[in-house]
Ligand binder design. Structure first.
Ligand code: NAP
Length: 346
């Protein structure tokens, strides 16, 4: 069976999603949405650096809906609930890089998304590397313990080689530290908080309480990466922690620690191991480390694309499963196994 897919924007993650959809044996790219006026009418393959595909990007949403597609691969720079509802009501499934279960957008908005999905007879699912694949793997690790007390997960990354580093501007990076940026992180990164729900659902942990904390690292001198400036004295790193507690427990059961820095020499200077450390406390304790290396090493572009590849792949890989799922908001806790696909060596 082949599922027809529309790519919604062709930014950093979207470009990699297009490559993945075109290469996927069960998917067919049938259209692409352009938010940027200058992309309108351009060949989607050319926009994504893979040569012409004979499909043009368009901002004509009704024309896209008329293509008879099964699913939208949704990767704009922020999720728009109205837009997602419109896609779902049009009868298209949504696999997204920027949503989890919509809890933190509020009950009303979440109910609208659920209603739109049911009305359209389709489902909406979010993944990526994290939120998404990495916290799913961390939860799966608890399977081998005879009872577990905690699943803890640490992402520690130097984002100075991340070509979408400008996305941290809405967390206050490049600005002096102020309490308002903690609230901004709480809101903007809400779909990270929702990962606790997915892990709790997967592991049947009753969450009684949650906590979010945030610390900043400050740059002592002016620095700039990919045109994004962080003057001396401003935020250039962030450690965010989301914790879930069971009733009557002082220690968290689920904990997500996320440490991002824009280069070395920040104050404070946190250790960065580039990747994911995952730990299950139980009988036995389980530890793993997930790291990534480009297939073709040596080219800077391959390193730059890699973070977008590992974000887009869990989304694209999920499309057949999302299309086959029962209508509504779906997460890893209620979908069957999602995997990559075999590709013979050249
Ligand atoms: N789950 C994960 O692991 C993970 C990891 C990284 C990123 N993400 C999320 O994935 C999403 C895409 O990230 P990205 O780095 O690809 O983003 P991006 O390149 O900065 O932006 C993606 C596209 O969004 C469109 N866009 C820009 N400004 C817009 C606006 N004001 N309103 C509506 N659309 C706008 C543009 O569409 P055009 O293509 O038409 O120009 C742009 O190319 C983000 O929400 C990000 O938070 C998730």
């Amino acid at each position: 069976m082949t599922w027809k897919v529309i790519q919604w924007t062709t930014g950093h993650v979207g470009r990699e999603a297009v490559k993945a959809i075109v290469a996927h044996p069960e998917l067919e790219l049938v259209g692409a949405y352009a938010w940027s006026p200058e992309k309108e009418g351009q060949d989607v393959g050319e926009l994504c650096g893979i040569g012409p595909l004979g499909l043009t990007a368009t901002n004509d949403v009704e024309a896209l809906f008329a293509l008879g597609a099964d699913c939208v691969s949704y990767t704009p720079n922020h999720p728009d609930v109205d837009e997602i509802c419109r896609i779902l009501e049009a009868g298209l499934n949504v696999a997204a890089s920027n949503v989890t279960n919509f809890r933190t957008v509020g009950d009303t908005a979440r109910a609208r998304v659920e209603t739109a999905a049911v009305a359209g007879g389709v489902s909406v699912f979010g993944s990526g590397i994290f939120p998404g694949f990495a916290n799913y793997i961390a939860a799966q690790m608890a399977t081998v313990s005879q009872g577990f007390q905690r699943v803890r997960f640490l992402e520690a990354v130097d984002v100075s080689s991340y070509n979408a580093i400008h996305n941290y501007a809405n967390l206050g990076w490049g600005q002096p530290p102020e309490p308002k940026w903690e609230q901004a992180s709480r809101e903007v990164l809400g779909f990270y908080d929702e990962c606790l729900d997915v892990m709790a659902d997967m592991l049947r942990v009753p969450i009684a309480d949650r906590r979010f904390t945030c610390e900043w690292a400050i740059t002592p001198e002016d620095r700039e990466y990919f045109g994004f400036a962080m003057p001396a004295g401003t935020i250039a790193g962030q450690k965010s922690t989301w914790q879930a507690f069971a009733a009557g427990q002082d220690e968290s059961v689920l904990e997500l620690d996320v440490c991002w820095v824009a280069g070395p020499g920040l104050d404070p200077e946190w250790p960065i191991h580039h990747g994911y450390s995952m730990e299950v406390e139980g009988n036995p304790n389980v530890q793993t480390r997930v790291r990534f290396r480009p297939q073709k090493q040596g080219r800077l572009a391959d390193y730059l694309d890699m973070s977008n590849t590992i974000t887009s792949m869990p989304v694209v890989a999920a499309i057949p499963t999302v299309c086959a799922a029962s209508p509504g908001i779906r997460t890893y806790a209620d979908l069957p196994l999602i995997t990559g696909y075999y590709s013979p060596r050249d």
